[in-house]
Design a binder for this molecule. Structure first.
Ligand SMILES: *Cc1c(COP(=O)(O)O)cnc(C)c1O
Length: 411
């Protein structure tokens, strides 16, 4: 089958919260010829993308770039800082936190999970809220022997549409006067939601290419702190490919110990020029505004939003809960088949109960209005009674809330 068969007329609406649509500029940059990764030009590219990533993570410390998906960078963060049997404290905000926990357990760590108890509208309450920093503080205060070596949290929980307050988690660790490391998954948060590695005192930040960075899948990141680098010197989990020490050394001249993903680094350089050229604040505000509009649309439909806590709604995606008895995947199927629009499925414990609308990266108002129109038509075709037109609400919202920076200027 030819890949052209995958593309009917017009643009496919890739409204999943990652991989997100890749800008044409970035696709073109990727199509440049592959060069010698030990040659003179390569070091210039290497140093540029490493410096760009420091700006995007808002850090002055080293950033690792791996030719791997985000899952690899999860493993790298744990393998570099911890030893077999180490006690780690993880917080279950949703399916990605759950998967990271599974990975930690498979690596031989003793992973303890904190979560809110109970259910809410038939799903785990913890999957509708952000990280409750006070629960972390209480648990760390009780750990007087300091057996807990790392606290692991997900910044933007892509399975639910909740963005946790990482500064509050840092404060909780400090308030407990606990020496634990803080490891944060911002795979889908980086370059869409405000994220500050140094200011928030994160020891390892983990990210990936295919979400806010607007690249295809295939590279992922660890941003480090001096404390994390210190920990890596005595950590005993087996690591070779993921080991930071050799990478840090070779990165000083813009090279890597093994072959980096050259064409994805072209893409990264191009995407970073777009993101940093506009300014991180502009990028964050843009996502916030898109999200505010989409939430208003879902509210007009009369459907519950997966995130049930004010102040932590994700700027990257919105989780829409379908009424009891309506299979959210059946709704998605109609929208996909009839309107060529891909929406995120409900993952794990919330499968069939909700779907996700991605509003991140290379998108704009009209694309989102059309995507929400696809959802509205699909919901009606699936027999869902809607309280009102979300599309109308979204049009009104974007029309009455112009972006702070105009998109274009007419002559
Ligand atoms: C996408 C995602 C992952 C998984 O990354 P892969 O690239 O699929 O390995 C992990 N955590 C979060 C929060 C994600 O959004």
């Amino acid at each position: 089958m030819l890949t052209t068969d995958f593309h009917p007329t017009g643009r496919h609406f890739l409204q999943i919260p990652g991989p997100s649509p890749v800008p044409d500029r970035v696709l073109r940059a990727m199509s440049l010829p592959t060069i010698d990764h030990r040659g003179p030009e390569f070091g210039v590219l290497g140093l540029k993308v490493l410096a760009d990533m420091q700006k995007i993570f808002q850090t002055r410390h080293p950033v690792m770039i791996y030719p791997a998906s985000g899952t690899g960078a999860w493993e790298a963060a744990l393998a570099n800082t911890l030893s077999p049997g180490d006690h780690v404290l993880m917080y279950e905000t949703g399916h990605f936190a759950f998967l990271w926990n599974k990975l930690a357990t498979r690596l031989g760590l003793k992973a303890e999970v904190l979560a809110l108890s109970g259910t809410d509208n038939g799903v785990p309450a913890s999957w509708r809220h952000g990280v409750q920093a006070h629960l972390i503080e209480e648990r760390l205060k009780a750990d007087t022997a300091h057996s807990i070596k790392a606290v692991c949290v997900v910044h933007n929980e892509t399975s639910t549409g909740v963005t946790s307050n990482i500064a509050a988690v840092r404060k909780a660790i400090d308030a407990a006067k606990h020496p634990s490391l803080l490891l944060v998954d911002t795979i889908s948060g980086l370059a869409s939601a405000d994220y500050r590695h140094d200011e928030w005192g994160v020891d390892v930040s983990i990210s990936g290419s295919q979400k806010g960075l607007m690249l295809p899948p295939g590279i992922s990141f660890n941003a480090l702190s001096p404390k994390a680098i210190e920990a890596s010197k005595t950590a005993k989990l087996p690591k070779a490919f993921w080991a930071w020490d050799e990478i840090i050394e070779m990165n000083k001249t813009g090279y890597w110990p093994s072959t980096p993903n050259t064409n994805l680094l072209y893409a990264l350089s191009e995407a970073a020029d777009m993101i940093l050229g506009q300014g991180l604040d502009v990028v964050f505000a843009r996502h916030q505004r898109w999200a505010d509009g989409v939430r208003a649309a879902v509210t007009t439909w009369g459907l519950p939003i997966q995130c049930a806590e004010n102040g932590v709604h994700s700027p990257i995606l919105t989780g829409v809960m379908t009424p009891e008895g309506v299979d959210a995947d059946a709704v998605r199927k109609i929208i996909y088949e009839r309107f060529d629009c891909s929406l995120g499925t409900g993952l794990g414990k919330i499968k069939g109960r909700m779907f996700r609308i991605g509003h991140l990266g290379d998108t704009n108002d009209l694309t989102l209005i059309a995507a929400v129109a696809g959802c509205e038509m699909g919901l009606k075709l699936a027999g869902v009674k809607l309280a009102g037109s979300g599309v109308q609400t979204l049009m009104d919202y974007y029309a009455s809330h112009p972006a702070a920076v105009p998109l274009r200027k007419a002559a």
